[in-house]
Design a protein around this ligand. Sequence first.
Ligand code: HEM
Ligand code: HEM
Length: 173
Amino acid sequence: MTQYSKRMVIIHWLTLAALIVAWFLGDALDEARHAGDATLVAYVLHAIVGDTVFLLTLLRMYFRHKDGTPAPIGTGLMDKVATGVHHLLYTVLILLPISGAMTILTSDVGRALMAGDASMLPKKFSGVIAHNVHEILVSVLILTVVVHVIGAIKHQFVLKDGLLSRMSLRKKD
Ligand code: HEM
Ligand code: HEM
């Protein structure tokens, strides 16, 4: 095995797309709340896309277990760092949606959704620990993805070892 399975590859890139949309919607929601015009639909949309990331990650971990992974491309310290980065990414992909759901459940957003009344939406999340955790995890995710992408670029353009083709649907020749 020299490449990830097709379904692992598809989920890897679908997750990237879903994360971009979730991040954009979350940021827009934050701005709208500060401007006082956040809507219930916007919260539901953000939650749906975020939960999609969660489900994709669970599916991906199942496929990883079933299909296996190609052997590590190297054995040096940087390869151990890369594996650590992958584990951190999986951890954040699971905890970030959970903290988002907890934000809704432990704040007035949950009550506003249950009542179907946008005027009950909170202006601030003071004392909502899950919201602080959600914000911190968003920053951790962005930082970790940046490190991950720098690693991928280094392999592709400096080491020129064809690492990207391991996460591609095109068959290696
Ligand atoms: C894994 C994908 C997710 C990403 C990348 C993401 C990203 C973000 C970002 C960038 C913000 C704005 C910063 C902030 O106020 O904290 C935010 C806020 C929020 N997210 Fe998420 N989120 C995700 C999943 C979820 C899920 C699954 C839920 C709920 C089920 C959720 C609920 C919330 C709530 C309630 C807020 C507060 C919005 C506000 O400021 O009024 N998030 N998210
Ligand atoms: C432009 C953006 C990205 C590029 C170029 C990229 C590239 C790659 C490549 C080439 C691999 C295979 C590494 C190997 O064979 O050792 C990989 C694996 C991985 N990527 Fe990405 N990636 C990107 C974005 C993301 C994002 C946004 C996430 C999730 C937040 C992510 C999570 C992962 C994980 C968890 C693995 C390990 C797969 C496993 O062994 O189970 N990647 N990525």
